[in-house]
Ligand binder design. Structure first.
Ligand code: SF4
Ligand code: SF4
Length: 116
């Protein structure tokens, strides 16, 4: 299977693939891992689709706020179950002329937020 691009630089913007850690938790993905350190719980992705280890309590508190925790950058190939979106950063105020709609239109999957 061909690897999908994680970033596009084909115009004045930078677009990149991101994933929603909230979706990893809500689907209880089998690639999730968690550990405790100094009484705090951290979780991460064994496949390192996102490289960070996120503190669960902090994550849940941000997730309950307006807009939720949001996304983290994907640094490795997302797996079929990952909740992927495309995020754009524009280098100037004007929207760029996209030359790679295939990349931009990466299907966004619905994410459920973490419940109390
Ligand atoms: S494989 Fe995808 S869905 Fe599973 S923990 Fe990693 S990023 Fe989340
Ligand atoms: S707007 Fe289109 S061409 Fe420009 S970086 Fe994003 S995907 Fe690539």
């Amino acid at each position: 299977m061909a690897e999908e691009l994680l970033e596009c630089h084909e115009c004045s913007a930078l677009c990149e693939k991101v994933v929603y850690p909230a979706a990893c938790l809500s689907m209880n993905c089998r690639f999730l891992y968690a550990f405790k350190e100094d009484g705090r719980t951290f979780f991460g992705c064994i496949e390192k689709v996102f490289p960070h280890e996120i503190e669960l309590e902090l994550f849940e508190s941000i997730e309950r706020g307006k807009g939720g925790f949001g996304t983290v950058k994907a640094v490795r190939q997302p797996l079929p179950q990952c909740s992927v979106a495309v995020q754009s950063c524009y280098a100037c105020d004007e929207a760029p002329l996209c030359r790679n709609m295939y990349f931009r239109r990466r299907e966004r999957r619905e994410v459920q937020t973490v419940e109390d």
